[in-house]
Design a protein around this ligand. Structure first.
Ligand SMILES: Cc1cc2nc3c(=O)[nH]c(=O)nc-3n(C[C@H](O)[C@H](O)[C@H](O)COP(=O)(O)OP(=O)(O)OC[C@H]3O[C@@H](n4cnc5c(N)ncnc54)[C@H](O)[C@@H]3O)c2cc1C
Length: 347
């Protein structure tokens, strides 16, 4: 959990699970690696609202955001009105907020807060920074020991809320997973799996609204076509904005776009013609968000299919890492480090 101090912080120190691994961005942005094209990230407010004194937001929308009701998971777009609280106007696209579920855990202690990515642009869902949305997936599983149904506390609490219900919130959190100060100076490749789309929905909305000429590619990975999130919106955006490209990577069926089944990293090969010039360009920033471990497949694929001139722009590889074919999560965690041009948020 984060430290409870409300400060303006320019990406200094770990802010989320992903920041705490070796496979993370070093604090310091532009000065970190001296990689050409490194972005300057904005200063952001963090922990304006702490778990000790959460604020109360009110749900104003809760809708399924999968492509079909036959999706393999239940994912909801939940929008919360935070007007009149310290969260209003204090967040930026890419940050997260905390949800404090009511009740106590099995040890009788109040439930701990869980983080949810803000799926809205910096101006919020309402254009005034008063409404925050997120994209939340119900955690449903079978308990490892009892075999009973395990329903995740916070995700199911959030998904069960109806319009008008109150929710205790904290935040914002996160200092590094942000759009740069000068967005027009960069092009963007966003890789999402599942609810990893949340921060990208906000960022892409913000970029498109600002009318930057930057090229923006989103690669969205889910198991089945019916699991695609915000699919209709994203397709509409591609029609409205020629600089925005939406690619899907469906791992367990052929997918809707004739690209064949595959994982997000497979698009580095199938869409090489489009992605290679971008990845080679010093303007490009690569953002990765979603299931922990997705970065392993992506980094391996980059190293397997692209030359060192490209790879070295996004990762620093220590010699002990050995050849890419031996890179697993442990090797990458220890010996491969993201440069300031590769921004990661995995959970
Ligand atoms: C920066 C950040 C951003 C995030 N953004 C989002 C987002 O936008 N959308 C989203 O949906 N999630 C997001 N998450 C994940 C979110 O915070 C929660 O972790 C997730 O929703 C699960 O929380 P829960 O309370 O529902 O489940 P929990 O009640 O916390 O249950 C999960 C826990 O239960 C235990 N468990 C799980 N399965 C089993 C099993 N089969 N048997 C026994 N024990 C088990 C494990 O200990 C596991 O940690 C984000 C996380 C981070 C760190």
């Amino acid at each position: 959990m984060m430290k409870a101090d409300a400060t303006m912080q320019p990406h200094a120190g770990p802010s989320s699970k992903s920041d705490q691994t070796a496979m993370s961005n070093q604090p310091g942005g532009q000065s970190g690696d001296g990689i050409p094209g490194e972005p300057v990230l904005p200063e952001v407010l963090v922990n304006v609202v702490t778990p000790a004194q959460p604020v109360v937001g009110r749900v104003i929308e809760s809708t399924l955001c999968t492509r079909g009701r036959k999706a393999s998971g239940f994912v909801r777009h939940v929008a919360i009105d935070v007007s009149g609280t310290k969260l209003a106007g204090s967040f930026r696209a890419g940050q997260a907020f905390g949800v404090v579920p009511p009740g106590v855990d099995e040890r009788g202690k109040p439930h701990k807060l869980r983080l949810y990515s803000i799926a809205s642009p910096t101006s919020g869902e309402d254009g005034q920074g008063q409404v925050i949305a997120t994209t939340v997936k119900r955690t449903l599983d079978e308990h490892w020991e009892t075999h009973r149904l395990l329903t995740g506390v916070a995700s199911n609490y959030l998904c069960d809320l109806s319009v008008g219900d109150e929710v205790q919130m904290t935040g914002p959190s996160g200092k590094r997973f942000l759009l740069p100060v000068a967005p027009e100076q960069h092009d963007y490749v966003f890789f999402a799996t599942g609810t990893g789309i949340a921060p990208f929905r906000g960022m892409i909305k913000e970029l498109l609204a600002s009318k930057v000429a930057s090229r923006i590619v989103l690669v969205m990975g889910v198991p089945y076509t019916t699991d695609l999130l915000y699919d209709e919106d994203l397709r509409r955006w591609t029609e409205q904005h020629p600089n925005f490209t939406y690619l899907t990577a469906i791992s367990r069926d052929p997918g809707p776009d004739g690209a064949g089944s595959g994982y997000v990293q497979d698009r580095l090969v199938t869409h090489r013609e489009q992605l290679e010039p971008m990845l080679r360009s010093l303007r490009t920033l690569v953002y990765v968000c979603g299931i922990a471990g997705m970065e392993v497949g992506l980094i391996r694929a980059l190293a397997e299919h692209y030359d060192n001139e490209v790879v070295s722009q996004y990762v620093r590889v220590n010699p002990e890492a050995g050849p890419w074919s031996q890179w697993d999560r442990r090797v990458i965690g220890r010996s491969v480090r993201a440069t300031g041009r590769l921004l990661l948020e995995v959970y």
